[in-house]
Design a protein around this ligand. Sequence first.
Ligand code: HEM
Length: 230
Amino acid sequence: MTTSRVLPGNRILRYTLSERVVHWISGVSYIYLLLNGLGLWSPSLWWMIVILGGGPLARLMHPWVGLIFVGSVLWMYKMWKDDMRITETDREWSKTLGKYVRNEEEELTPVEARRGWERWAPVDRFNLGQKYLFWVMFWSGIVLLLTGLVLWFTEYIPRSLSFLRFIAVLLHPIAFLATLGGFIIHVYMGTAVVRGGFSSVIRGEVSENWARHYHRLWLDRITGNAPTKK
Ligand code: HEM
């Protein structure tokens, strides 16, 4: 990793322009597929299809936008596969997760609380929850792609392989539900819980303090400091 992520004025480049563009291609295409797919899935959600321009257009667009979504996730894989690898440090960090969820860090004395982040296992560029989200999106994306192709070109499937259609009809919505769970948690964490996270994926930058608080190992690496002790 080079030091080019360190910007003037104690700012850190969290996401490059291409990382942000790929992220938002993914976000916009996912929301379109979410509305479009739910509308095609259940008659009670048909109104979503009406908003998106009607049935024929929605049916035509769904597989193409699906390709864009999966393409963006594969692009993320190319950019972030090393950062998304689950390590021993992540397992260490996950042990403190219960305290975080139970708000137990708030029971520290003021002095301890100020230095509270130092008591946690340090986090690299992404924490374990962020990595899980990525892998859920990645593997579900692969399943959605394969089952989606079967449903798209169903008339080309020979009778002897017709069981593939049943598998696809079953697995396509299951994989979608997995992404939906991850997506809801992701948007909630990124917008309501972690202050500064949303602007990082818009403007690309975070403060050095933000990086130290949430991703100390990563900050140490990009600033050239030796990794701090756990
Ligand atoms: C459209 C609504 C979305 C919002 C508001 C949103 C928000 C965010 C935010 C705030 C971050 C930066 C988090 C940080 O660095 O602390 C982020 C990163 C990321 N986003 Fe999204 N995102 C959205 C959609 C998606 C979708 C559909 C995917 C599917 C692949 C996705 C995958 C990721 C990944 C892998 C990261 C990097 C690691 C992480 O923070 O989880 N995002 N997003």
